[in-house]
Unconditional design. Structure first.
Length: 542
């Protein structure tokens, strides 16, 4: 092995080790869930579906961009678990080495040879004992540090950011449907057993959600428990009552209570300042669908994802979903835009019998074939529906929305699914023809190349002359050349056809996109004459 090769190999090993350690340092905080169980032993496909649905719904709502703040006690629990695992391994090694040392006396060694082997065996035993002693000493120091920090936390209820690190929260197997299934032995011994903990940690799971369901008629009682590993620490127990139809609501409520536990964050303080409208009393503020009236006050809410919405009569509503990081202060300024009503007119470039829908609302048809509607200033997403229930969509951005303007759209009503399917089939047919045409093209090209190689070999040509078949071979080569040209031309034509049909298919797929509109500012709404009421005839007597 040369020096240069050894240096390269060393650098590769160091680089690989760096990548491995970096990947280990950037590992995610994995959260998983078990299939829920029924306390009254309900069985059947419906019960099985409900027991699988709830953990999946909870994981789905927990799969947003969240981070876990690691406290010192959780870091210490991980290190203590590793130390215990290491100590178990060292103890097994110690027992093995002592047995080997004791077995030396049963062998037929000379006294000097026995003494030498005993010295080596004692050395190995002592090395393992030293590692065990260092392991125990490290565990004692970790336990002392953890105890002191817990004492400080119990008095201050806070912790400096220097002792915190964050890990991204990810789902087990990156899927909401992948539920953790322990072995029968682990399930029988229970979640707090060493066997169960070992299986969870081997699956690289840091948090496990379990649940029990008690059902009476259509109502269910949910008990959700969250365990942190290693340590088998029960972090939260949450209960909810509702019906199966309220599954989304129940899952959202559970997640709202779980989020602070999962993220391990302190509560947050928010202050809402209404800048517009001036009269704050007009604004209704909802935090997670709960109405808050005294908006000038500060509120303390749990860290995690919260939905905030602002409503006011005459103003466009505003709201957002935001992930509030714990132990922070948020100053929220609200400026609602005035809701401006605008009257617009809609028409099709070609007169087609049908009706217009603007943002889901029916328009008012006019006598000249156009339609009229009053909207609140938002963007227009319109749909034209013919008498045969064919549809076409059009779009007007808010920046181009003007009062009393006429918008003309180039509409092509059709059944979009049937239209797309038609060109999809054509595209697949052309693709099949292209692939089929490549087979004879490749075969003919290959045979032609063999003839070209033949005529480039002078010795083989001489042999063909001696055999008297050179002319026949030349004619065969001409036939294969013609065949190759024809097959190649067919493949090129098939390729062009496929590209053309692919383009038409993309156009058909884009037909569902709303078309733009043309603006006419000089349109005047037709005046509908008032009906003439005939005067009543009066009878006069002379």
């Amino acid at each position: 092995m040369t020096r240069k090769f050894r240096l390269t190999l060393t650098l590769l090993i160091l680089f690989s080790s760096t990548r491995i350690f970096a990947a280990a340092a950037q590992s995610d905080w994995i959260i998983a869930a078990q299939k829920f169980t029924f306390t009254r032993n309900q069985t059947g496909s419906v019960a099985d579906g409900v027991a699988t649905m709830f953990p999946a719904r909870i994981l789905e709502k927990l799969s947003s961009n969240m981070y876990r703040n690691l406290q010192s006690d959780e870091k210490a629990a991980r290190e203590l678990y590793q130390l215990r695992q290491e100590r178990n391994s060292l103890f097994l090694q110690l027992s093995s080495e002592i047995k080997k040392r004791d077995s030396l006396f049963l062998e037929k060694y000379s006294q000097s040879e026995l003494n030498r082997k005993l010295v080596d065996a004692d050395k190995k035993v002592q090395e393992i004992k030293d590692k065990l002693a260092a392991n125990l000493e490290k565990q004692k120091s970790l336990s002392d540090i953890s105890y002191e920090e817990n004492q400080v936390l119990s008095t201050t209820q806070n912790q400096t950011a220097q002792n915190q690190t964050s890990e991204k929260i990810s789902l087990y197997n990156n899927s909401i449907t992948a539920l953790f299934t322990p072995s029968t032995q682990a399930e029988e011994q229970g979640i707090k057993s060493a066997v169960f903990e070992k299986e969870v940690i081997n699956a690289k799971i840091n948090c496990l959600i379990t649940g029990k369901i008690t059902a009476y008629d259509e109502y269910i009682f949910l008990t959700v428990e969250t365990y942190i590993f290693p340590g088998k620490k029960l972090a939260a127990t949450i209960t909810e009552i509702g019906t199966v139809d309220d599954a989304d609501f129940l899952a959202e409520s559970i997640v709202r209570q779980l989020s602070p536990v999962i993220t391990n964050s302190m509560p947050v303080t928010i202050k809402i300042n209404i800048l517009s409208p001036q009269d704050n009393a007009k604004v209704k503020t909802y935090i997670d669908d709960v109405l808050y009236n005294n908006i000038d006050e500060e509120y303390i809410i749990d860290s995690g994802v919260h939905h905030i919405q602002f409503l006011a009569d005459g103003y466009i509503s505003a709201g957002t979903n935001y992930y509030f990081t714990g132990n922070k202060y948020y100053d929220i300024n609200v400026n609602l835009d005035v809701e401006e009503e605008k009257t617009v007119f809609i028409a099709s470039k070609k007169l087609i019998p049908g009706s217009f829908l603007i943002n889901g609302e029916q328009t008012e048809p006019l006598s000249d074939g156009k339609s009229k509607i009053t909207i609140n200033g938002n963007v227009i997403l319109g749909q034209f529906i013919t008498e045969d229930n064919l549809s076409a969509f059009f779009y007007v951005p808010e920046s181009k929305l003007y009062d009393q303007a006429l918008y003309t759209a180039k509409l092509k009503p059709l059944d979009h699914s049937e239209y797309i399917e038609k060109y999809r089939k054509r595209m697949y047919v052309s693709y099949s023809v292209l692939v089929s045409s490549l087979v004879p093209a490749i075969i003919t090209k290959g045979r032609l190349k063999s003839y070209v190689d033949l005529f480039n070999d002078s010795e083989r040509i001489k042999l063909l002359k001696d055999q008297g078949i050179l002319d026949q071979t030349f004619n065969d080569a001409k036939i294969w050349n013609t065949s190759a040209i024809v097959c190649t031309g067919i493949s090129i034509a098939a390729g062009a056809w496929f590209v053309f049909e692919l383009y038409r298919y993309f156009n058909a797929a884009n037909s569902v996109l709303p078309s733009n509109t043309k603006i006419n500012f000089e349109y005047e709404e037709p005046v509908v004459p008032e009906p003439v009421v005939p005067e009543e005839e009066t009878n006069t007597t002379e």
